[in-house]
Write a protein that binds this ligand. Sequence first.
Ligand code: MOS
Length: 720
Amino acid sequence: MANFPNIERVDARAKVTGAPIYGADRTTPLHALLAVSTVTKGRLAAIDTARARAVPGIRLVATHEDLADLTSPGFLLSGGYGFQSFAPMLSDAIVHRGQPIALLVADTLEAAAEAASLVEAAYVEVPFSSKINSTGATIIPQAQSPLPQQIFRDTIAGDAAGAFGAAATTVDVTFHNPPQHQNPIELVATVAEWDGDDLTIHEGTQNSGALKFGIARMFGIEPDRVTVISPQVGGGFGQKNSLQMQTALVAWAARRLGAPVKMVVPRSQLFGNASFRPESRHRVRLGADAEGRLTAALYDVDAQSSRHDLFPLDYTNPAARLYGIPNFQGFQRIVQTDVQTPGYMRAPFEHMATFALDTAVDEMAAALGRDPVEYRMALDTDRDPVTGLPFSSRFLNACLSRGAEMFGWTGRNPEPRSMRAADGQLVGMGVGCGCYKAATAPAAASLRLDADGRVSVAVGVHEMGQGIRTALANAVAARLGVHPSAVSAVIGDTRGVPQHTTAGSWGTATAVPAVVEAADKLLEELGPDPLAAMARRGLESYETRIERRAPGQPEEPARALHVGRPAPWGPVYGEFVGFSYIAHFAEVLVEPSTCRIRVPRIVSVVDCGQVVSPRTAESQVKGGVVWGIGAALREATEVDERYGGFLNTDIAEYVIPVNADIGRNEVAFINEPDPRISASGVKGLGEVVMTGVAAAIANATWHATGRRLRDLPIRPEHLL
Ligand code: MOS
């Protein structure tokens, strides 16, 4: 199997010297900000903008009375382009706390901020529900909801209830996760500029295609009139996977004022105005037979959505694919509450699904007196329990055995509370496994070779810091026999090839096979020495273009690529089922009087198929592990049911891990290509890396303290 060279990040120097231009790095003469609702539900009774309009330097103050000519972009998961179907400021309706009620544009940011603070609104308020347990929250079994896709039905294999009833040993446990919010360094921001009837949007987005078509829908103009440019995203994590609430407002103001307008949405407003990880509750019942074989799993999930959209749940599909449990029953309910529509946040379902399932499996191993690593390895399977199809590849046991060796698992005393550090802290060692679907999407790619040996590729993918430019350069360079530094990529730009959303960990598995195919086509057309062939023919440059679909993907769904709609395929591919896998081994230290939990060490071994860019892949794993530590021990968006919305809306009070929270993270890759998903052998990495981290930490905390903690984040007060 090929090992790609461990090249530097191709944009490393540019990034550390501040060269790349992010969406809102552009300076414009006009600055926009929003005034937002201070109530959760009802309607605007009156809005007084007189004092805002009197601020020196103010150029535009707009409310719903001015904006009625726009239409909703629709919800991404039901045929639209927006993170939610509700578009603010088109009526007097208030549907969530923090929604925009007025748009302010001024010559300076300070004037816009002052004007925003002077907007006075009166509301008619009605009762609301802000948590999944709140009075008035509406529970809808997903299988009976109007969601059309098959994957959103219940996940069923065999007869789980029957096998659970006949089990010799059972575990019945419930887990909870609060709402959580992404906090990428780059805030959600838009610069909009009109040239006659043509609009250009500069915005850090994972989905320039959806912005193009969504803005066209909102304004009722031809998509050809809209260009979206997003060459660099300062962290996406799902928050930037669709049309944001401010994009059309900024474009509207730019058209009205006849000048470019910029808006950077303050972090405090993002908590009420962008998608987030919904609150969720997870009940797992496991049954094992007299020999300890896991025969049954029943997994029930309730997760939060908004009133206006059903955010489809997909917790049970990954849970059913983590181990070979022959009888599996997954049942999900959507709980409608009065919030903005939640959405995808790194490992959106898989983080909690693997936390719940793998912690329950750890509890079963303990109940049976089995070693947690050995017990997991005994649960391996090469067939997908749900469909009966073979897995395209699955090296979870290799991850477990390699990780156990790297971690020194044999040094673990199996008895809880049995290990102490020299300073008296309790030592815990735990393992956690995770999985994430290996999906891919259709892609177009063009490749141009210049006579000076430079290669330029354009492909449908976005660089969110994950290192896709480096992977593209490494893959193309290997194919064409050039140095990676000779390869540049035009991505996240609707002026090139069609742009599909980069999400769901399908970016590398989608874009790399596309550029490799384009390179192969060039070699086919020009022969093994393309530069010599070009010289013979007197060509300054030569360009070729391909378009490809996921394996087994019919033409019709793939065409969504051309209209900015999602068109991912997999993990069920017809002849096989594809997942990436990971095993994490965590060591925790628990200070016995304060119960402070530290994580000095995590070992992570990943099966993500072929690694194309070793350096950025390792960085992806470390980032995912850091986030997993945050998810396990720190992050919660707090809700006060009296007021609704979210309370701790900045990264001082929304607690994320800092350097002192992070110890050593050793990373290894199985690096076995998965040739069934593509000739490039890539499965996917960005999200599997976060799955299983919380389980490893919770299982290690149990080993340290003897306490099973099932509500995230795990906090010292839970142990006191
Ligand atoms: Mo990811 S949460 O699918 O951007």
